[in-house]
Design a protein around this ligand. Structure first.
Ligand code: ZN
Length: 320
């Protein structure tokens, strides 16, 4: 551990993860793959890390080409109203990130600066803005699709790229980041089309993980809903098979979810008023690849230097 000299003190102090997670994190930092910020779960990414992440991202793009998706892009913030309408606060208030800013006068600004420089709590000087950090990359897509009017026959398929999303869960586990790239695809339309698309992608994803030689398992899953009511929601989600996850080993005691396949039924169609060509409420499904987690899983499995990875993995990621 003597090689790790420039990890900010705070990160080594506040790190809470298993010994194995901590060790993996320190190896990643020592290799220049992750650049610590001083805040758990907030890292810069070195060039080699980014190269692998982008190569995997391109593999997902190639796999989705037969769908001929639209490729809109959205910033990593969205109107607060969208988060409220989507019902996020009911299910995940503990994970949300709202943007606050200062709207006072000069005197109050001076007090704010003084307060902050004394290390005191300066949140009382701020007020809520109309934007929040995007918690799931598909959220901005629903109001945008609703605004276009009824969907064409056959619905729409969207490839949203790898957008940054925020989750308020600081952790010493390098696989649990506060901000990470979620590579999302969305299908909106009739029930049978949406479900068939999700099935196809579960098979495709299994194939992708096989190609890069990760030990992936697909399983039915539930979201980390908040509170007592959340337990019921999670049970219901499991029973109805609304969510599936691909799990791979990283550094945690159990395997880590790296990809999810979510059937929303009419949830977003109703919340945002998305209708099909015949006027009925549209259904939707989305899938997400957690790009940093997958990149970490690749480093964990194949070693910290991609030039010595197995030829079959290198061929799949670097040949196209
Ligand atoms: Zn989604």
């Amino acid at each position: 551990m003597s090689a790790i000299t420039n990890v900010p003190e705070r990160i080594t102090k506040t790190i809470a993860g298993t010994a194995e997670e901590q060790q993996f994190l320190q190896e990643l930092i020592a290799a220049g793959l992750l650049l610590p910020s001083g805040e758990p779960g907030v890292y810069g990414r070195g060039m080699v890390f980014e190269d692998v992440r982008n190569r995997f991202d391109e593999l997902v793009t190639r796999t989705g080409l037969p769908d001929q998706p639209e490729r809109p892009r959205f910033p990593p913030i969205l109107p607060r109203r969208t988060l409220e309408k989507a019902g996020y606060l009911k299910s995940f208030p503990h994970l949300c990130g709202a943007v606050f800013s200062f709207a006072g006068n000069e005197r109050e600004a001076m007090s704010l600066v003084e307060c902050a420089s004394n290390g005191a709590d300066w949140s009382g000087f701020l007020s809520m803005t109309d934007v929040v950090l995007v918690p799931a990359a598909c959220y901005p897509a629903y109001p945008a699709m609703a605004l276009r009017g009824p969907l064409p026959k056959g619905g729409v398929t969207l490839d949203l790229g790898g957008s940054y999303v925020f989750r308020n869960e600081p952790s010493g586990d390098p696989a649990r980041l506060q901000m990470f790239h979620q590579r999302e695809m969305v299908r909106i339309g009739a029930e049978e089309d949406v479900l068939a698309w999700r099935d196809v992608w579960m098979k495709r994803a299994t194939g992708i993980f096989q190609q890069v030689c990760l030990d992936a398992t697909l399983d039915v899953a539930s979201d980390p809903f908040f509170g007592r009511g959340g337990k019921l929601l999670a049970k219901n989600q499991l029973a109805q098979g609304l969510k599936f996850e691909v799990l791979v080993p990283i550094a945690s005691p159990g395997p880590t979810a790296v990809s999810s396949f979510n059937y929303h039924q009419e949830h977003f169609g109703t919340a945002f008023g998305i209708t099909q060509h015949d006027g009925s409420v549209a259904q939707s499904a989305c899938l997400g690849f957690g790009l940093e987690r997958i990149t970490l899983a690749l480093f964990r499995k194949h070693g910290l230097n991609p030039s010595s990875w197995p030829t079959e993995v290198r061929t799949v990621l670097w040949s196209a």
